[in-house]
Write a protein that binds this ligand. Structure first.
Ligand SMILES: C[S@@+](CC[C@H](N)C(=O)[O-])C[C@H]1O[C@@H](n2cnc3c(N)ncnc32)[C@H](O)[C@@H]1O
Length: 205
C-alpha cells in the first residue's frame, strides 16, 4: 500500500466524516454544475476522490443513472456504499486517479479537493493525460481546488498546491478551454473559512 493510500485509509477509518474540513451536508455547487453541464440523466459522471461525499447519493436522488465514484481509500468507498440501499446507478473504483484505467468514457468529470494534492509537474501532467484519455470530446471537467489568493496551504495534514484561473489554464491548455471560473467560500464544520476556486473546463474536439 502506498504512503498516500495509507494516509487516506487512516483518515476514513478514524475520523467522523461529518467533521472533516471538506464536509458538506449538501454539495450544492457540485450539484448545480452537474445539472448545468450534464447532457441528460444518463450522462456518464466520474467523481474523482469522491470519498464519503453526499454527491453520489444526491445525484441518484435527482435521477442520474451512471455515476462512478473513484477513490484511493477503500474505507471511504465502503462508507459511501453503506449509505445506499439500492445502488445500481453507482459504481465504485478503488484506485489512485493517476493509475485509473477503464473501458468507459466520461462526459462529466468532477473533482472537489483532490487535484490540489498533486504538487509535482509530472503528477499534474499525468492527471491531465487521464482526463484527456477518458473524457469525451466536449466533455467537462468540474475542478475545485484551494485558491491561490487566500486558500489554505494544507488539507487533511497534507500540503496542497493552490491554484487560480491562470495556473489551471497554463496546465490544461491547449487541450481544454475554461468555460467559467469562480471563487467559493466553504465553511468547515469547525467554522473556519476555506477559499476554493472552481474552474469548469471543456475538452476541445
Ligand atoms: C479532501 S477529500 C475530498 C472528498 C470529496 N471530493 C468531497 O468534496 O467531499 C480528498 C479525497 O480524495 C481522495 N484522494 C486523495 N488523493 C487521491 C488520488 N491520488 N486518487 C484518488 N483519490 C484520492 C481521498 O481519499 C479523499 O476521499
Amino acid at each position: 500500500m502506498s504512503k498516500l493510500q495509507q494516509h487516506w485509509e487512516t483518515v476514513f477509518k478514524t475520523k467522523d466524516t461529518t467533521q472533516v474540513s471538506w464536509y458538506q451536508e449538501v454539495p450544492s455547487t457540485s450539484l448545480e454544475l452537474v445539472n448545468t453541464y450534464a447532457r441528460g440523466k444518463d450522462t456518464t459522471i466520474l467523481d474523482v476522490g469522491g470519498g464519503d461525499s453526499h454527491l453520489p447519493h444526491s445525484l441518484v436522488e435527482l435521477g442520474y443513472t451512471d455515476i462512478t465514484v473513484l477513490d484511493i481509500s477503500k474505507a471511504a468507498l465502503s462508507l459511501s456504499k453503506s449509505k445506499f440501499i439500492e445502488s445500481s446507478s453507482v459504481k465504485y473504483v478503488n484506485t489512485d486517479i493517476l493509475e485509473y484505467q477503464s473501458n468507459q468514457t466520461i462526459e462529466v468529470w468532477h473533482d472537489r479537493a483532490v487535484f490540489h494534492f498533486l504538487s509535482k509537474d509530472s503528477e499534474k501532467l499525468r492527471y491531465k493525460q487521464k482526463a484527456i484519455e477518458y473524457l469525451q470530446d466536449d466533455g467537462v471537467l468540474l475542478l475545485a481546488t484551494f485558491y491561490k489568493a487566500g486558500g489554505p496551504t494544507m488539507c487533511s495534514g497534507l500540503e496542497v498546491c493552490r491554484h487560480d484561473q491562470e495556473s489551471i489554464l497554463a496546465l490544461f491548455a491547449p487541450e481544454f478551454e475554461i468555460i467559467i471560473s469562480f471563487v467559493e467560500k466553504h465553511i468547515t464544520p469547525s467554522d473556519k473559512e476555506q477559499v476554493f476556486i472552481w474552474n469548469v473546463l471543456k475538452k476541445k474536439k
